[in-house]
Design a protein around this ligand. Structure first.
Ligand SMILES: Nc1ncnc2c1ncn2[C@@H]1O[C@H](COP(=O)(O)OP(=O)(O)OP(=O)(O)O)[C@@H](O)[C@H]1O
Ligand SMILES: [Mg+2]
Length: 254
């Protein structure tokens, strides 16, 4: 996707550099522990997410999936362990700088500002993404025409599906290198869920690493290249979607 300019030698170094840093990152997690107060909920998580993959994080309620995403997005500090996102070592970067590093988290229960209008929410994306308001609106409304009709409405008064469309539009316009999605499907009709995940698949094809947490195993594994199952604060197994579909049944769905 990157445009390469060539000089007389046929190579432009700064552009080569730019296209290298724009590659989606792999994510490596080693021995990660995290606690709420004195209660530890991640007991040594190990995870290997290949660059450019769609990675599904599965597991029963309370397993620690959302907590792991909070750590990956810099919203929570681990007590032990290491996290590498591409060539970044998490913990060395202040969390407020992570958006600038191309890491975008859409948390459980929608990452939008309910008391702002749809347009005001979109305007906030322009601050993190270095994109013009005109481009943001064009792209968003082209993908989700309903948001154009709702542009003056307070985001919190829209339907659940509309709010989730607005939340995911952030990834659409800011083009992060790493997208963290926590239960995109929450409270939504199956048809909307399918549409949103189709969009996630398209985003990943444009060169993005996606880690998604999802209750609906089949939905998640349909878009995933790799998957892991978390149980009680640890990664129990990771592997292909086919292998994890089987493992999910024997580990927690049964
Ligand atoms: N803010 C918090 N304060 C205290 N404990 C918390 C907090 N958030 C989560 N926990 C606890 O940490 C554990 C892991 O929670 P987490 O939200 O990460 O699980 P999850 O896998 O995302 O579950 P679910 O599928 O229900 O969303 C749970 O036992 C939960 O009760
Ligand atoms: Mg959760």
């Amino acid at each position: 996707m990157s445009i390469q300019h060539t000089n007389s030698q046929g190579v432009e170094e700064s552009n080569v550099q730019a296209s290298v840093t724009a590659l989606p990152p792999g994510v490596t997690v080693r021995g990660l522990r995290a606690s709420y107060g004195r209660i530890e909920v991640l007991h040594g998580v190990d995870l290997e997410v290949p660059a450019g993959s769609v990675f599904a994080l599965l597991g029963p309620n309370g397993a620690g999936k959302s907590t792991l995403l909070k750590v990956l997005s810099g919203r929570m500090r681990p007590t032990e362990g290491e996290v590498r996102i591409g060539d970044l070592e998490l913990g060395r970067i202040p969390s407020e700088k992570l958006a600038r590093q191309g890491i975008c988290a859409i948390p459980e229960g929608r990452g939008i500002f309910p008391n702002l209008s749809v347009r005001e929410n979109l305007r906030i994306w322009t601050y993190v993404g270095d994109v013009s308001m005109k481009d943001v609106e064009e792209q968003t409304y082209a993908t989700f025409p309903v948001l154009k009709q709702r542009r003056r409405q307070l985001a919190g008064t829209m339907s659940g599906g509309e709010q989730q469309m607005l939340a995911i539009s952030r990834a659409l316009v800011t083009k992060p290198r790493l997208l963290l999605l926590d239960e995109l499907s929450m409270g939504l009709a199956p048809l909307i869920v399918a549409e949103l995940y189709e969009l996630v698949g398209q985003l990943a094809n444009q060169g993005m690493t996606v880690i998604l947490v999802e209750q609906f195993v089949t939905t998640a594994l349909a878009v995933a290249d790799r998957a892991a199952i978390m149980v009680h604060g640890r990664v129990e197994q990771q592997g292909t979607p086919e292998a994890m579909a089987e493992a999910a049944h024997s580990i927690y769905l049964a």
